[in-house]
Design a protein around this ligand. Structure first.
Ligand code: FAD
Length: 442
């Protein structure tokens, strides 16, 4: 019987070890994507990610000549049912590293018990979490020694090509992508996303090519939000339209900026390392001492001002509007808006994490909570809580001509621009006072 290839966060044909192995097995291949919002361990994806997923699946289906099979429902029901329907004798997938891996483990056991061959592959991380350990055999909690250990370990494999797709068969009973309702309708807020992004494997490689030919040489200016100095590969990596192996292969050793850039890819590896070992990273403080923190309750108006970029703090507002319009925000500005929410408005980091989860096209199960906890000071290898970003100084330093601010806040400097909703110095002091309680508990 044919081999079923179950795609998840690996929506690509090149450098897809599960697909390549299935084609080599030689009994025909059926490729399926399962939309699963219900299984335990699954975090249902947010609105901007659903938009991206729709277009990424459409692109993948087109490159498979319409052979991509779509099913919706809990994977533990859908996958075995499809195996039966197809008479599949093997199921291959690329490994995932969130709590959802427990679903995969159960499916593997039950299919193997039924005599079906099941294989999983390494595709989405350069260094799988259990392969990198501290001297005591435990997980790393600090980035620098983690990444040093990864680099010493080395052995990053060469990316694979696209296998012979002649082996890919369709299957009856695919659901309709349009019927899944992943796209916004009333209102259609996705115009800015459409103008900014091209989801899918082709779009990912175009983005990587453009980075190699341009922004990589400016990567030392990556902290300046008005400059195009970073790759903007994050949503493509999130959905696996390009693999970290492909990125590594192109970037390694080609520029004075290569090592710095790859260390940022290393932060992605580190976040997944942490999530693998602390699966509740999105809901629980990594440092339990923070459970005692006295978060404030600033009310809906204040939260709405932050969400929609009407705080009266120009760099914060620019970032929040960039996010709303494009589904993306520059990294330096992400740190500033997060620090402002947590440390000037005293809002629990989880509130911000959820907003980002819903609005980012690169919303990532590991990177998002790990970064929010980093800013909050509650995370692994986190910024110290008492380091409060000053959004005015950050703007002076990284956006000195207010070019980025003006791009997103055209009324900046006019009477239409609101006054600050909070006094930066006083609120900073209140946050530091609240932190004393955490210090006492730690
Ligand atoms: P580049 O600088 O070109 O980096 C290349 C790749 O490395 C990125 O695509 C990304 O995969 C990875 N990377 C870069 N910086 C980081 C980092 N600090 N932590 C982890 N991985 C990194 N990144 C996400 O991918 N998804 C998220 O949901 C996310 N949420 C964030 C929330 C907050 C509060 C903060 C401060 C950061 C968050 N980041 C997140 C990290 C970072 O901001 C983005 O990865 C980066 O801005 C993406 O732009 P780029 O692809 O041009 O980055």
């Amino acid at each position: 019987g044919p081999t079923l290839v179950w795609l998840r966060d690996d929506l690509r044909l090149a450098d897809n070890p599960a697909l390549t192995a299935a084609v080599s097995r030689g009994h025909g291949v059926v490729v399926v994507f399962v939309l699963d919002d219900e299984s335990p361990g699954i975090r249902p994806i947010g609105s901007a990610s659903r938009w991206w997923l729709h277009h990424s699946l459409a692109a993948l289906d087109a490159s498979l000549d319409g052979m991509l099979v779509l099913r919706r429902g809990p994977a533990e029901r859908v996958i075995p049912a499809l195996v039966d329907e197809l008479g599949a004798t093997a199921v291959y997938w690329n490994r995932r590293y969130s709590a959802a891996r427990e679903i995969d483990a159960r499916i593997k056991t039950s299919l193997r018990d039924a005599g079906v061959e099941v294989e999983s592959f390494q595709a989405n991380l350069l260094f799988e979490p259990w392969t990198v350990q501290t001297g005591d055999g435990g997980p790393y909690k600090v980035f620098t020694p983690f990444w040093r250990a990864c680099l010493e370990r080395g052995g990053v494999r060469e990316p694979l090509g696209v296998p012979d797709l002649g082996a890919v068969l369709g299957a009856p009973g695919s659901e309709s992508l349009d019927g899944w309702g992943l796209l916004p309708t009333t209102p259609d807020w996705a115009g800015g996303l459409r103008d900014t992004w091209t989801p899918g494997e082709r779009g990912a490689h175009d983005r990587l090519d453009a980075f190699m030919g341009g922004a990589l040489s400016r990567y030392h200016r990556r902290d300046e939000p008005a400059v195009e100095a970073t790759s903007r590969l994050s949503p493509h990596l999130r959905f696996g339209e390009v693999s970290p192996f492909q990125v590594w292969d192109r970037v390694h050793g080609v520029s004075a900026n290569s090592a710095k850039f790859l260390s940022e890819v290393g932060w992605r590896e580190f976040s997944w390392h942490i999530l693998f070992h602390w699966p509740r990273l999105a809901t629980e403080n990594f440092r339990p001492a923070f459970d005692a923190f006295g978060w404030g309750h600033p009310g809906d108006e204040v939260l709405a001002a932050w969400r929609h970029g009407r705080t009266g703090i120009p760099l914060v507002d620019a970032g929040m509007r960039e996010l709303w319009h494009t589904g993306y925000m520059h990294n330096r500005v992400r740190m500033v808006v997060a620090s402002f929410l947590i440390k000037n408005l005293l809002v629990d980091w989880r509130v911000g994490e959820e907003w980002f989860w819903d609005t980012l096209v690169d919303a990532d199960e590991a990177n998002n909570p790990a970064s929010w906890q980093w800013v909050a000071g509650s995370g692994a290898d986190a910024a110290p809580y008492f380091r409060v970003f000053n959004p005015e100084l950050q703007a002076k330093k990284f956006d000195p001509d207010a070019e980025y601010i003006r791009r997103w806040v055209p009324e900046y400097g006019t009477p239409d621009y609101p006054d600050p909703i909070v006094d930066l110095a006083r609120s900073r002091q209140e946050a530091l006072d609240a932190y004393e309680a955490v210090k006492a508990a730690a």
